[in-house]
Design a protein. Structure first.
Length: 279
């Protein structure tokens, strides 16, 4: 076990690039210790060299329970505790609902929902025994709204947010916290080579076609800065009264606000009918 005892200990998934790498860098800059994980350890070599005494790298496929258990055990062996778990591993997907291949949907849910839940479950006993700790779920503005073409991706994020709402209510009395992070468009390779496309059906050219074109051309032009997003997450974690949800980016704030207005409008417009159904 490391003799270093200062600073929080972070266990972060998906650290090869994007938000995972940015959060790891921010945590290290704050003087904390980081267990960085990725499926391919070679993608973490540069990060490991930045602070060898405060960075521990582990191979982790979040769809494999054995990998999850090994990563938690390795974190405890190296640093003796876990203060922040960041469930960040995931990838983009675009396609109309009718176009979605079931096997692809299950693979996406295994990574971005079931994997995050399994890792949360594996870490919670550690946090409960400590009496402190935070679960950070990297969701998306797509955890609250689902545009055409994003039915699969947003389903995973909706599910993760629902689970985390319950989680927050369950663990807050135990001295633990949960934070749902909802970024908009950031330069994280979301639209890059890892983006999954469902087979195209021409019937959806007018509705999903623009989404496909946008996402294919967006990588490298997104307005959000991952480093600033990571700094914002640390600011929220250090707050005396942190939010359950933290939107990041002007587009996320604007789009989520529009969605909330639409929900309120439907509720108000149909309130009389809605209230007429009791015995």
């Amino acid at each position: 076990m490391s003799s270093i005892t200062e600073g929080r200990v972070w266990l972060i998934t998906g650290c090869s690039s994007g938000f995972g790498r940015a959060i790891a860098d921010a945590a290290l800059a704050a003087g904390d210790r980081v267990v960085a994980s990725a499926r391919n350890l070679r993608t973490l070599e540069e990060l490991a060299r930045t602070a060898p005494d405060r960075v521990h790298v582990v191979g982790l496929d979040v769809t494999r329970q054995a990998d999850i258990d090994a990563a938690v055990a390795s974190t405890l062996d190296r640093f003796g505790r876990i203060d922040v778990l960041v469930n960040n591993a995931g990838y983009g997907s675009v396609g109309a609902v009718e176009e979605i291949v079931e096997a692809d949907l299950r693979a996406l849910m295994d990574t971005m929902f079931f994997g995050a839940v399994a890792l949360t479950q594996a870490v919670l006993p550690v946090l409960r025994s400590q009496g402190s700790g935070t679960i950070v779920q990297l969701s998306s503005q797509g955890g609250q709204l689902s545009p055409p073409g994003f039915g699969a991706y947003c389903s995973a994020k909706f599910a993760l947010e629902a689970m985390t709402e319950s989680l927050a209510a369950e663990i807050t009395p135990l001295g633990l916290r949960a934070l749902i992070v909802e970024p908009g468009a950031f330069r994280t390779e979301f639209g890059g080579s890892r983006l999954h496309h469902s087979p195209e059906n021409p019937a959806y050219a007018e509705t999903v076609g623009p989404t496909r074109a946008m996402i294919d051309s967006a990588d490298g032009t997104q307005p959000g800065d991952p480093a600033k997003a990571a700094a914002a997450i640390l600011t929220a974690l250090d707050a005396d009264n942190p939010p359950l949800r933290l939107a990041l980016g002007n587009d996320a704030v604007d789009n989520i606000r529009v969605k909330h207005a639409q929900l309120a409008d439907d509720l108000n417009t149909w309130e009389k009918l809605s209230r007429s159904t009791d015995l």
